[in-house]
Design a protein around this ligand. Structure first.
Ligand code: PLP
Length: 405
């Protein structure tokens, strides 16, 4: 059955508009995805009909909000196949999930220890570890990336030793589109007794995520990159870890009993959810994952791979074109440079033609240094993009390049 992309587009009213008098071609999905009406309605229904604070009310609305919030947690746990819904901690997004972990792992890192990250990390999964290493007099070790944009697994393997206290890598690179062999990485790290955090910010929208199959100890992601609103995300943390780690923030909800002198902390996951949570966001994230599930992640991936392949093939015909990121296992992200053309100029002209792409470092400045480039143009695809949009995009690139040369 062909992928029902036209029907899907009707769920995303924002796509149906003109920018600079041209039909919008939205190819900035790695930065944030658009939201379907089902998700928007879930959020507005919550505020129109249910709004109430969770976990502390005897009244009906509060009980309903609590029930729905916890149901969302269960749905999300099932979606990523967590062993238990208490392993799902709601956060603001990937950045907060990583910072949470970097805070609570403070005591786990001793002077002389090391943390391994890859050279293709987003700043969100790099700077928190860099800063933790500085605070603890530990070493941050960088796993190199080859010219194709693939991780050097031999290097990783060689560097794993008892001093290494964490491996933190992304599942899918937001710059290169590389799908990292996370299961293999986890196996290698676990064989050396090292826990692993996977930054799944780019993964949920494009590939199946099964945290038990991957074996990850921690897995972070953002709702807004998988058709949910901004300001909601998840840290999956294996129960055995989260039970023994200290709390992140202090306040309401995360406590059990409090006196002026002492406190005992709440059970998981509430120990990590101090203060009023983003209830509407959690319900909308549940709805977004159900939306993806109804279409089927394999079908989505297949559709996006067709777009990526077509776009790559067509761009390659342009003189001086250089694709950044040619990993064997790759999805949904197409970064490129054209000889003699500045990415910013190209991006600006594409915008004038209605095509929204992103230019620059993509929050991965060290990767750019590592690859000896100063930025790229990045087109990133989502389930609602069409082959016709790919044609408009590649024709626009050609037109813009000819204008700029
Ligand atoms: N990690 C990766 C791979 C990303 O692509 C991003 C965002 O682009 C992040 C982390 C940070 O996500 P957020 O800004 O939603 O916290």
């Amino acid at each position: 059955m062909p992928f029902p992309v036209e029907k899907i587009r009707a769920d995303f009213p924002v796509l149906n508009q003109q920018v600079h008098d041209k039909p919008l071609v939205y190819l900035d999905n790695a930065a944030t995805t658009q939201k379907p009406v089902q998700v928007i309605n879930r959020l507005s229904d919550y505020y129109l009909k249910e709004n109430s604070n969770v976990h502390r009310g005897v009244h009906l609305l509060s009980q309903k909000a609590t029930e729905d919030y916890e149901k969302a947690r269960t749905t999300i746990a099932q979606y990523i196949n967590a062993a238990d819904s208490k392993e799902i901690i709601f956060t603001r997004g990937t950045t907060e999930s990583v910072n949470l972990l970097a805070t609570v792992l403070e005591e786990w890192i001793q002077p002389g220890d090391a943390i391994l990250v890859s050279a293709m990390e987003h700043h969100s999964n790099l700077v928190p570890w860099q800063q933790l290493c500085k605070r603890r007099n530990a070493d941050l070790k960088i796993v190199p990336v080859n010219d194709k944009g693939e991780l050097d697994l031999e290097f990783l393997k060689k560097k794993l030793n008892p001093q290494v206290k964490l491996v933190a890598v992304n599942h899918i690179s937001n710059v290169l589109g590389t799908i990292n062999p996370v299961k293999e990485i986890v196996k290698m790290a676990h064989d050396a007794g090292v826990p692993v955090l996977i930054d799944g910010a780019q993964a949920l929208a494009h590939t199946k995520v099964d945290v038990q199959e991957i074996g990850a100890d921690f897995y972070a992601f953002s709702g807004h990159k998988v058709y949910a609103p901004m300001g909601i995300g998840v840290l999956y943390g294996r129960e055995t870890w989260m039970r023994r780690l200290p709390p992140y923030q202090f306040g309401g909800e995360m406590i059990d009993r409090v006196s002026f002198d002492e406190v005992t902390f709440n059970e998981l996951p509430y120990k990590y959810e101090a203060g009023t949570p983003n209830v509407g966001g959690a319900l909308a994230l549940e709805s977004a994952l159900q939306y993806v599930q109804n279409l089927g992640i394999e079908a989505i991936r297949k559709h996006e791979d067709v777009l990526l392949e077509k776009a790559t093939h067509q761009l390659m015909k342009i003189n001086g074109m250089r694709i950044i990121g040619e990993a064997k296992d790759k999805t949904a992200v197409l970064s490129f440079l054209v000889d003699g053309v500045h990415p910013y100029d190209l991006g600006t002209l594409l915008d004038q033609m209605g095509v929204a792409v992103r230019t620059g470092y993509h929050c991965a400045e060290p990767l750019m240094q590592h690859m000896g480039i100063s930025g790229t143009v990045r087109a990133s695809f989502a389930l609602y993009n069409t082959e016709q949009e790919v044609d408009i995009f590649t024709e626009s690139v050609l037109k813009a390049v000819n204008m700029l040369r």
